[in-house]
Ligand binder design. Structure first.
Ligand code: SAM
Ligand code: SF4
Length: 327
């Protein structure tokens, strides 16, 4: 079992498989993209397989595949097939923009992958295109509905962006009320590759809830797992649920069970902190897994208590983009 220095049980790995993406969401990166790393700096599929096996051996039992956009990575399915055979891995999930997932839906189902998070920050096409800077609305919507109807446990991630998509908060709830899906509203974080900076946000989780309750006053709070980052609710008469994720307010650090590994092998123990080791270099140099295991244990043994503490570690944290941190 992996325990950090604050006695938190770390069992959840967010593994980024690429820093590339086919969208250019304006809260994630500038329109020209970021300096994507060279191919040889990315963990290879074999290295991703090896690292996952090491971490599952150490006590990770849930892996979420993220990026960049996971489905731009060639041979992603090779990795997912490997993960599906790890018997101590109880949960494999994927976070995706749902533009490229279509051809893989059947195989994902066959592999027993049930949990898919789809990023969708607008239900209105023009707003979607303005935010993502790409014309992919129909494909995303079609894939989203297909995933729901195929029985996946789908959660929509909707970042509330001041001046951009507030008007869609109610509209998305109104449309999704017919579907068994969780719509989760996230606070915007300043990880956008340096295109804008801010120290406060208008749309924090309390303001989002107040806004929803003016239109839908009849909702009940749901019981959520202790390590959940979302506070979850259901509106009377809706098939869907909704959640609020205080990603900027950071109210959930006390029960944080996550570890992140970026596409280049950096170990990140808090989104707001500095990378703590690079496992790619260790994997390439070492003849045994021991050094990799030790580096993971050392990083987990020195975690900041909260995101606010982690943020003190480096002044340039807010120059990063979520596509390279691995959201
Ligand atoms: N491309 C995939 C996607 O968009 O779902 C996976 C990678 S993306 C970086 C992972 C998650 O991070 C997405 O839900 C995205 O909306 C979220 N994200 C990206 N930039 C963010 C920001 N500045 N603040 C809050 N969430 C952000
Ligand atoms: Fe791509 Fe996801 Fe970032 Fe949007 S949020 S640009 S889909 S990595």
């Amino acid at each position: 079992m992996l325990l950090d220095n604050h006695n938190r049980h770390i069992n959840y790995l967010r593994l980024a498989v690429t820093d590339r993406c086919n969208l250019r969401c304006n809260y994630c990166m500038p329109s020209e993209g970021i300096n994507f790393v060279k191919n040889d700096k990315l963990l290879s599929i074999n290295e991703l397989k090896e690292l996952s096996s090491i971490l599952v051996g150490q006590g990770i039992d849930k892996i979420r595949i993220t990026g960049g956009e996971p489905f731009v990575r060639k041979e992603l399915m090779v990795l997912l097939r490997h993960l599906s055979k790890l018997k101590d891995l109880k949960d494999i999930s994927v976070t995706t923009n749902a533009t490229l997932i279509g051809p893989y839906i059947d195989e994902l189902k066959e592999l027993g992958i049930k949990n898919i998070n789809v990023s969708l920050d607008a239900i209105d096409r023009t707003t979607f295109e303005r935010i993502t800077r790409r014309d992919q609305y129909d494909t995303v919507y079609e894939n989203l509905v297909k995933l729901i109807s195929e029985g996946f446990n789908v959660r929509i991630n909707f970042i509330v962006l001041e001046g951009q998509n507030e008007q869609d908060i109610i509209s998305i709830l109104d449309i999704m009320k017919h579907y068994p899906v969780a719509v989760r509203f996230l606070e915007e974080m300043p990880f956008n590759g340096g295109s804008k900076s801010f120290k406060t946000i208008k749309w924090d989780y309390k303001v989002i809830l107040e806004h929803i309750s003016t239109v839908f006053p009849n909702y009940k709070k749901l019981v959520s797992p202790k390590t959940s980052t979302s506070i979850n609710y259901q509106i009377e008469g809706h098939k869907s649920t909704f959640g609020l994720i205080p990603s900027f307010s950071r109210t959930f650090c006390g029960t944080c069970n996550r570890l992140r590994i970026t596409a280049t092998g950096d170990v990140i123990t808090c989104l707001y902190g500095k990378p703590k080791a690079n496992l790619r270099d260790l994997l390439r140099q070492a003849k045994s897994n021991k050094k990799v295991e030790e580096a993971i244990l050392t990083a987990i043994g020195a975690r900041a208590k909260t995101g606010f503490e982690a943020q003190q570690e480096h002044a340039s944290v807010f120059d990063s983009s979520m596509t390279s941190i691995g959201g």
